[in-house]
Design a binder for this molecule. Structure first.
Ligand SMILES: Nc1ncnc2c1ncn2[C@@H]1O[C@H](COP(=O)(O)OP(=O)(O)OP(=O)(O)O)[C@@H](O)[C@H]1O
Ligand SMILES: [Mg+2]
Length: 379
């Protein structure tokens, strides 16, 4: 069997500062907020690098003795019970029983008689409480947060995919959590999420409990001036040659969308090719798109004719500012503005497209870059 190829372009998780590109400005913003006692909310479309930014920030903060950090991903939770389990699990995983803080917190948690299982892949403990009553769940969360507050150290808790709490059936979760958070003296929060409309609604609407309660930070793509030298450096270290125009091509083709840049570089690096030309890059792109084709065909089955046509039209255009404008509709044979509007809403709901603002106004773009490029070439 061929040897494993360790590439310097991971496509999941955080692998330390050496393989993490730039984000200096974002780190400074987060650092300044947290060190001044302000909570901060990170938002962006998916796969831009929010979670990695949090991990990187925690890595940098980890060198400070008087700080604790806790990362909780609430994506898999659907109610307050899920939140309780996820928070408790994150705490016991971050503070093992053989640390002094871990010993204290484990002692208390065990008194609640949780079911403890161990993740078959990484061996880490997973907790689940059989608490039926919402009141008891809230009391448990309150206690866990207070434990963190009274740890004797400044603590930062990151709650990833925070918009998920808006989907919990327990009404008033937002208001209750906001008031609990406000009572903590030594804990600051980083909230993060990819569902921009839900998050912005939570933090920017005067009617909502979290209104104006945090600083907001939109995480955009990594600038070409940082990403190009980073890519060049790692190819060089791996004894591979790639010219500037090759790197420019990758960044432009991937529209500086972090996950796609990483995936393409990962595949190019792993291809064993020593001299990488634009041709090599194009060959690998073709391979990736062909591999994904079966999935793209199922998308076509799942969408209506007008939705599929609109998706293709947006892909071909790249960015579409006014999809209901006559010229765009006629050029792409999309029917009436009302049909386009309906398809647009539906594609937004399905997260097949996203809407983003720019200096030239709001535009629509196909969410998945690889799908977008495939539609552009194929249809
Ligand atoms: N600064 C960076 N340098 C190198 N790779 C990065 C960087 N930031 C993110 N990545 C890589 O990009 C991919 C997406 O990053 P990440 O998962 O952090 O995005 P996200 O915004 O949290 O996505 P989602 O909204 O889907 O949770 C990952 O594969 C990660 O390894
Ligand atoms: Mg994430």
């Amino acid at each position: 069997m061929a040897k494993d190829i360790t590439t310097p372009f991971p496509v999941s998780g955080y692998r330390g500062p050496e393989l993490f590109c730039n984000r200096e400005e974002e780190v400074n913003t987060v650092t300044n907020a947290i060190k001044s006692g302000r909570n901060i909310t990170l938002f962006s479309i998916r796969r831009m690098g929010k979670t990695s930014l949090i991990r990187h920030f925690f890595h940098l903060l980890g060198t400070e003795k008087n700080r604790l950090t806790l990362y909780v991903d609430i994506m898999p939770t659907f109610n307050l019970k899920g939140f309780t389990n996820q928070l408790a699990t994150a705490i016991v995983q971050s503070f093992p029983e053989n640390t002094s803080f871990g010993k204290k917190i484990w002692g208390w948690i065990k008194g609640l008689r949780p079911q403890i299982s161990f993740d078959p892949y990484n061996g880490l403990p997973q907790l689940s409480f059989e608490i039926g009553q919402v009141g008891e769940q809230k009391a448990t969360i309150k206690n866990l947060l207070q434990f963190m507050d009274q740890s004797g150290k400044k603590t930062v808790i990151a709650i990833d995919e925070f918009q998920q709490i808006t989907r919990y059936p327990e009404t008033e979760t937002e208001a209750w959590l906001r008031s609990e958070i406000q009572q903590l003296q030594n804990v600051n929060f980083i909230f993060s999420g990819s569902q921009k409309h839900l998050l912005l609604e939570m933090f920017n609407s005067t009617k909502r409990p979290f209104y104006s309660s945090t600083q907001m930070l939109q995480v955009g793509g990594i600038g070409k001036e940082h990403y190009a030298p980073f890519i060049a450096h790692h190819f060089k270290v791996g004894n591979k040659s790639i010219k500037e125009d090759g790197i420019d091509f990758i960044l432009e083709w991937c529209r500086l969308h972090t996950f796609y840049v990483q995936t393409l570089c990962n595949r190019i690096y792993a291809s064993q090719e020593k001299n990488i030309s634009i041709n090599t890059v194009q060959l690998i792109i073709k391979r990736i798109l062909t591999e994904n084709e079966a999935v793209y065909f199922t998308f076509r089955e799942l969408l209506t004719g007008p939705q599929w046509s609109l998706l293709i039209a947006i892909a071909k255009e790249g960015r579409v500012y006014t999809p209901t404008a006559g010229a765009f509709i006629q050029k792409n044979l999309l029917g009436t503005p009302a049909t386009v509007k309906r398809s647009l809403d539906s594609l937004m709901d399905k997260e097949m497209i996203f809407r983003e603002s720019s200096a030239s106004g709001n535009y629509y773009q196909v969410y998945d870059l690889f799908l977008s490029r495939w539609l552009e070439y194929k249809q």
